[in-house]
Each structure stands twice: as structure tokens, then as C-alpha cells.
Write a protein that binds this ligand. Structure first.
Ligand SMILES: *Cc1c(COP(=O)(O)O)cnc(C)c1O
Length: 467
């Protein structure tokens, strides 16, 4: 398997290089030159397999020839043994009042209770494996507004070859989210609270990556959602969910609470690999750039309004570029120019054929804050089940979709206890806290406060990278 950049001006690489590179040198994102396919007989055999067996079967062609299948299988087994449910991604039926044949695929049983764990648990192990093989090390630097930071820390803690520096905006992440990061005592984990906003944190990270000398000297690396290995790892639960609910030849739809477009893009890849998917439904909160793009064919930035589903508070969905590349028949010349324009003007016209192809494959809708609250309250009063606000966006959107009687699953992206104040405000009842979350309140925190100044942060990263 070879990988090419969406912007067409970067070298073609194999999996292990793409894993460590993150962004391509031309500013594009890496995608497979060709998608592997699974025949119908293969799909039947998946129905009999465990989650880890399916993952090994689905991911093998993506990592070949960089990684042997036995090594891959071991890393996968180890990654998903950290999950708190034997099915890894269990599936539950939703009440008929929401629709016939409607399901939740619970992606949140990993170490930090968000769907980010599914990909990052594997990514941490892939990094460690590849760094040992090359006898080198990296300094992973990231910025987080919540879920990514803790999932990356859990995935990388105590892994040899990795130092991880995670910036978060001081006082602007929830107490649970902060403690999930700062109570990890491993010596290779370095938490920094920046006196600023999430955008400030992200700008600091970007500035360090743009300083090529600094980047080289400290072997900076990233685990953000544009890393291809994360998208690949996320294709697996589309296969397991579809084969559990519908049987391999019955098309199923998926409704995905969407931010950076990484999760739903994985659904599109699964479909390109031969999984019979009927519709992919993009669910947004009131930051609805994707819903507007879907209906108008014009992608236009607006200011982000904070919501109760912060992981979906986005201006630009970076993985959307991979979809545009695929649906424009790999027109990297058009895409590179369009992305440059979009960066400078905040607006981009997709062109008739790409806009039509998106509508042929995807539906899109949004949920307001009131609709999210209503959805959480309604499921609690009929079923005594809790929904987190991100998943509630998805449930609201699926309720309004006309899919006739074909089966559909909503991707449940966070455990309700992670957003307990929103859930309690909607239902009047606090969702039960798993012991791992309530226990965080008694543990010691480790975190350094730094000003929003590049020199201070660079000095900190330098010291961390040699420790
Ligand atoms: C990251 C995240 C999302 C958005 O996923 P994308 O892959 O960025 O579209 C949705 N819900 C939760 C809880 C998340 O952590």
C-alpha cells in the first residue's frame, strides 16, 4: 500500500512514514493511492469474528508492507484489551419512538470514555513499535480543548521513545477533562496550562511546527485527527456494527456527530472498501458549516459559538479535504488552489459535480441547543438511559431522517458521565459516575502554568524533549 498527498506535491510514502509524518510537506493530507476491498465472502466471515480479529483483517492491507500482520494483531489485541466492554464497541437498540431499527454504537468504553480512545490506543502502540524499529524517539506536541488530550496521554504514557507535551487553555476545560490529563503520573507526560484560549494553544503548536530547525532538533510529531492511522483505525467499528446489526449484505446507514470529519470519513472509507452503507449522515450542533455546505455547495466560515457539545465546535473540518480529494477524482491541482483560497477568503465553492456527489452519498442536519436538551431529557424519561450531548445531536438528527425501514446506527461518541452537568441540567438527575472518573478527584495533579508566549513554551518543550 502506498500513500499520496491530497495536494499532489509531496513524495509517495508507505504506512510507517505516513504514521510519523502526520501532515504532508505540501500541506496536504495523506490518503491511500488505492482503497483495499473486501469481497462479500470476507464480509460474511467478519460476522463471526471478535473486534480485534475484524480490526486485524480490515487494517492489514493499510499497514502492509511496513508492519507484519502478526505484529499488527498483537498491537490490536493489546489496544482493545484496555476497553471496559467485552464487545469493545457494543450496539444497543433505540426505542421505536425514535424510529424502527435504530441503534446506538457505543464507541466510549475506552480508558478516557470518549471515542478518541478507539484510534489513539492503537496509534500510541504503532508509534512505539515504529520508533523502536528505527531506534529513535519523538516529542509529541499537541493542543486540546478536552477529549483529545486525555486520550493521547492515556495512549502514550510510559511508552518508550515518546515524550508528550499537551497544552490546554487554563480554566477552559472541564474539571474531569483536566484531571484526566493532570493525574497521569508517568514521567514522559508533560501537561501545560496556557494562560489563553484553545486557539492560542493551537497557534503555539503551529508556530513550533513551522520553526523547521526547532521541529527537526526536537523531532516534533503530532497525533491529531489528520493522522491517517487514526482514520484507518476508525473504519473498523463500521464493519463490526454493520455485521452485528444487519448482516453483511443489507445496507445500513450511520449518523455521526461530527467535528473534524475524522469519524464520518472513516465510514466513507469503509464504504469504499465494500461495506454496503446506505447513507452517511453528518450531524452538527449550531456550528453547522457542514450542513450549510451540504445544502448550498459553498463552504463558508462563521465564528464559532460555544455549545454543550464542545468537540463539535468547529470552524473548519480538516478531514473534509480527504473527501473532496476522493470525490473530485483526485484533482489535486483544483484542491490545492481551492484550499489556499479558502484559507485566505474563508469561503470555497465546491463545483457542481463534487457538491452533487456529496449529496448522493451523505445527508446532513443540525441540532440546536434546545433540541439537544430535549433529546437527552426524552430518552431519560422513556428509558432511564443517559445520552451525552454529542450523541444527543446524532439522535436528534436521525429522528428527522427519512430512511424508510432500513437499519441505522448513531455513533455514540462520549460517555454521559463525561458531560454530567449538561446531562443533569436536562434530566434533573446526575448520571452515575464510573469509579475511574470519581476517583480522579482524590488524585494528585501535575501541570505547569505558562504564559501565552512562544519563547516560554519552546523552552519548556526543549527541556521535556531531552528528559
Ligand atoms: C472528537 C469528538 C467528536 C468529533 O469527531 P470528528 O472525528 O472530529 O468529527 C464528536 N464527539 C466527541 C465526544 C468527540 O470527542
Amino acid at each position: 500500500m502506498k500513500y499520496q498527498s491530497t495536494r499532489g506535491e509531496a513524495p509517495v510514502l508507505e504506512f510507517s512514514d505516513v504514521l510519523l509524518a502526520g501532515l504532508a510537506v505540501d500541506g496536504g493530507l495523506y490518503v491511500p493511492v488505492e482503497f483495499p476491498t473486501l469481497a462479500s465472502a470476507d464480509l460474511y466471515s467478519l460476522a463471526e469474528m471478535s473486534y480485534s480479529e475484524v480490526a486485524t483483517r480490515v487494517l492489514e492491507p493499510f499497514v502492509s508492507p511496513s508492519i507484519e500482520v502478526d505484529e499488527l494483531g498483537n498491537m490490536i489485541e493489546d489496544s482493545y484489551s484496555t476497553f471496559r466492554h467485552p464487545d469493545v464497541v457494543p450496539v444497543k437498540q433505540l426505542p421505536a419512538e425514535i424510529g424502527n431499527d435504530r441503534y446506538l454504537a457505543e464507541l466510549y468504553w475506552g480508558p478516557t470514555f470518549s471515542f478518541k480512545d478507539v484510534a489513539l490506543q492503537l496509534l500510541g502502540r504503532l508509534f512505539e513499535y515504529e520508533l523502536a524499529r528505527r531506534d529513535t524517539g519523538v516529542t509529541i506536541v499537541g493542543a486540546t480543548s478536552g477529549d483529545t488530550g486525555s486520550a493521547a496521554i492515556e495512549a502514550c504514557k510510559d511508552r518508550s521513545g515518546i515524550e508528550l507535551v499537551m497544552l490546554h487553555p487554563r480554566g477552559r476545560v472541564s474539571e474531569v477533562q483536566r484531571r484526566q490529563m493532570t493525574t497521569v503520573a508517568s514521567p514522559n507526560i508533560h501537561n501545560v496550562a496556557i494562560d489563553g484560549t484553545f486557539d492560542d494553544c493551537q497557534d503555539l503548536v503551529k508556530a513550533m511546527f513551522s520553526d523547521l530547525q526547532f521541529r527537526e532538533r526536537h523531532k516534533l510529531a503530532a497525533v491529531n485527527s489528520i493522522n491517517w492511522a487514526r482514520v484507518a483505525a476508525q473504519t473498523v467499528y463500521y464493519f463490526t456494527t454493520a455485521t452485528r446489526i444487519a448482516g453483511p449484505n443489507q445496507p445500513i446507514s450511520f449518523c455521526v456527530p461530527t467535528g473534524n470529519f475524522g469519524n464520518i470519513l472513516a465510514g466513507h472509507i469503509a464504504s469504499r472498501m465494500g461495506l454496503p452503507i446506505k447513507r452517511l449522515i453528518i450531524a452538527s450542533n449550531h456550528n453547522d458549516i457542514l450542513t450549510r455546505t451540504h445544502s448550498s455547495g459553498v463552504m463558508q466560515i462563521r465564528d464559532v459559538e460555544p455549545s454543550t457539545s464542545p468537540a463539535m465546535d468547529i470552524q473548519v473540518s480538516s478531514n473534509f479535504e480527504r473527501l473532496l480529494f476522493d470525490l473530485s477524482d483526485k484533482d489535486s491541482v483544483w484542491l490545492a488552489a481551492a484550499m489556499r483560497d479558502f484559507r485566505s477568503s474563508g469561503s470555497m465553492t465546491l463545483g457542481k459535480s463534487v457538491a452533487k456527489r456529496i449529496r448522493d452519498l451523505f445527508d446532513a442536519d443540525r441540532a440546536s441547543e434546545a433540541e439537544v436538551e430535549q433529546e437527552i431529557s426524552s430518552l431519560y424519561s422513556t428509558q432511564e438511559e443517559f445520552l451525552d450531548p454529542h450523541t444527543a445531536v446524532g439522535v436528534h438528527v436521525i429522528r428527522g431522517m427519512k430512511l424508510l425501514d432500513s437499519p441505522a446506527a448513531v455513533m455514540a461518541t462520549a460517555h454521559p458521565a463525561k458531560f454530567n452537568s449538561v446531562v443533569e441540567a436536562a434530566t434533573g438527575v446526575a448520571p452515575p459516575q464510573p469509579a475511574e472518573i470519581s476517583g480522579l478527584m482524590r488524585q494528585t495533579e501535575r501541570c505547569v502554568d505558562l504564559p501565552n508566549e512562544l519563547s516560554a513554551v519552546m523552552e519548556f518543550v526543549s527541556a521535556a524533549s531531552t528528559s
